[in-house]
Ligand binder design. Structure first.
Ligand code: SIN
Length: 513
């Protein structure tokens, strides 16, 4: 079926779509996985109300298409579908589940180019980055396809002769997966891969800004033979999102929630899950320190800073948020970072030379603008950038470098989630560690040092769930991703990722003698 039928049945929309295609130099008719319906119980469905909402391209503001604006009754149907599918999905062997996941992975690999285009279209990422995200996202399904059959129990040493004791792991039931717009593909596969491998079924609620990637993944899951009801995607716009989210936390048919997003929303969902004592996995905001010590290789540190800060235009929860640079190399580091930043190329991510896309929506641009204004008003120095890049588009912000940072500035206190690098000078290791840890957040932290004793010491002292040592990009399916403090609960990826979706059952065999 062509995109025109699937996504934009209206004549007016069809015209808009062709304009978008022209602007993107991309033949959207070939994007065969772009669906304008939600996916529930193996069917492409509309909202019961018939309502839809528009999804816009953040680079151009143009309409990509519309999707169902689902509400309480729609999400209840999806939860019921996942609940009905659970007995059969959880009772096939782990090996069989692994084989189906592997088929899903193969199809995602085969169609990686197209999925990456959809990511760029709705999330605004440069295409090379979207390809990177898809490879990263696919790797979780690859990993969990293999991990499925390594969900082992334990045989215990019974202290009583007439008893034998074992622990087995069983899937928790229906998992609600609420996913963000900044990694519309990888955050779904990281959660759904683990949930499905464990034997859970799921209801996914993708972010309002990026529903098309989620729907494309359902198309491929269906082609892979993943049975109906095992994966469901419910799309809804901002006004309906709180009701849908609440039901995903409170429905008695839901066993657990896995959420990636802001700490504020995470706290709300956590509260809502409390009434039913639901299993909760939360990947929330960060405020990552990035320390560069005097002994560091400055060029490597600048490479790492660019990779970490400007991945997805700074809209990454593990992005470096505060650069702490030791006094002996401060000026040199700032100069080199500025040189690299002024050469970043902003634009529509579909163009091959672009490496900085737009911010996701107007609210995000306003937030970044407010953070920079607050810093400047309080005395920060703008080394480069400091403005919207309106000549490129409404949602673009110049890569911005700030120094003379004070502890009451928003850029110091809050997660920036945009292309703004702030550099703070420090003199001693203790001072750097103190500044690093003086936040309620504790997701990722980075430091560059060539002093081996310092490396181990500082890595242990940083109050974060993940540390990059002489490295700015740390994410991988093999690693345990997650935070401490207000950055979250639980781990994703690695063999720990599956633990979020199983519970341990103790079985005691008595009267054996
Ligand atoms: C995120 O920003 O939410 C995830 C980033 C990653 O997986 O590397």
């Amino acid at each position: 079926m062509s995109l025109y039928i699937r996504v934009l049945p209206l004549v007016q929309s069809d015209k808009l779509l062709r304009m978008t295609a022209k602007a993107f130099k991309m033949d959207l008719k070939n994007l065969s996985f772009l669906h304008n319906k939600a996916y529930v119980n193996g069917e492409w469905v509309s909202a019961k109300s018939g309502k839809t909402f528009n999804v816009l391209n953040p680079a151009t503001g143009e309409l990509i298409g519309d999707v169902p604006d689902m509400d309480l009754q729609d999400v209840q149907v999806a939860i019921k579908a996942a609940h009905d599918a659970f007995p059969s999905w959880s009772s096939i062997t782990a090996k069989e589940r692994g084989i189906l996941l592997r088929k899903w992975y193969d199809l995602m690999e085969k169609n990686a180019e197209e999925i990456a285009k959809i990511v760029t279209l709705e999330a605004g990422k440069p295409l090379a980055e979207s390809k990177g995200e898809v490879a990263y996202g696919n790797s979780f399904v690859d990993w969990f396809a293999e991990e499925a059959r390594r969900i082992h129990g334990e045989v215990l040493q019974s202290p009583i002769k007439s008893k034998e004791m074992v622990l087995i792991k069983q899937p928790i039931g229906v998992a609600a997966l609420i996913t963000p717009w900044n990694f519309p593909q990888a955050m779904i596969t990281r959660k759904a891969g683990a949930a499905l491998a464990a034997g859970c079924t799921c209801v996914i609620k993708p972010a309002e800004d990026t529903p098309f990637t989620a729907l494309a993944l359902c198309d491929l899951a269906a082609q892979a033979g993943i049975p109906k009801g095992v994966i469901n995607v419910v799309t809804s716009d901002r006004p309906n999102a709180p009701t849908v989210g609440k039901e995903l936390c409170e429905s008695p048919l839901i066993a657990g929630l896995s959420f990636t997003g802001s700490t504020e929303v995470g706290k709300l969902l956590y509260q809502q899950c409390a009434s039913g004592i639901k299993r909760v996995g939360l990947e929330l905001g960060g405020n990552a320190p990035f320390i560069v010590f005097n002994s560091a290789d400055i060029d490597k540190a600048v490479d790492g800073a660019i990779a970490s800060k400007f991945r997805n235009c700074g809209q990454t929860c593990v992005s470096a948020n505060r650069f702490l640079i030791q006094d002996g190399i401060f000026d040199k580091f700032v100069e080199k970072l500025k040189e690299r930043m002024i050469n970043l190329k902003l634009g529509n991510g579909i163009q091959s030379d672009v490496n900085q896309g737009p911010l996701i929506n107007k609210a995000q641009v306003n937030k970044v603008e407010g953070i920079v204004k607050d810093a400047v008003d309080k005395g920060a120095t703008v080394v480069c950038g400091g403005q919207r890049a309106t000549e490129i588009g409404e949602q673009f912000y110049q890569p911005t470098l700030l120094t003379n940072i004070k502890t009451d500035m928003l850029c110091y206190l809050e997660e920036i989630f945009g292309p703004v690098a702030v550099c703070i000078k420090f003199s001693s290791e203790d001072e750097a560690v103190t500044i690093s840890n003086c936040t309620k957040r504790g997701l990722a932290g980075y430091f560059y040092s060539n002093d081996v004793t310092q490396v181990w010491r500082v890595a242990k002292k940083m109050e974060v769930g993940m540390v990059g040592v002489n490295e700015g990009i740390i994410s991988s399916a093999e690693a345990a991703f997650g935070g401490i403090k207000e950055s979250g609960i639980g781990r994703e990826g690695s063999h720990h990722g599956i633990e979020e979706f199983v519970y341990v059952k103790y079985i005691c065999f008595g009267n054996l003698q």
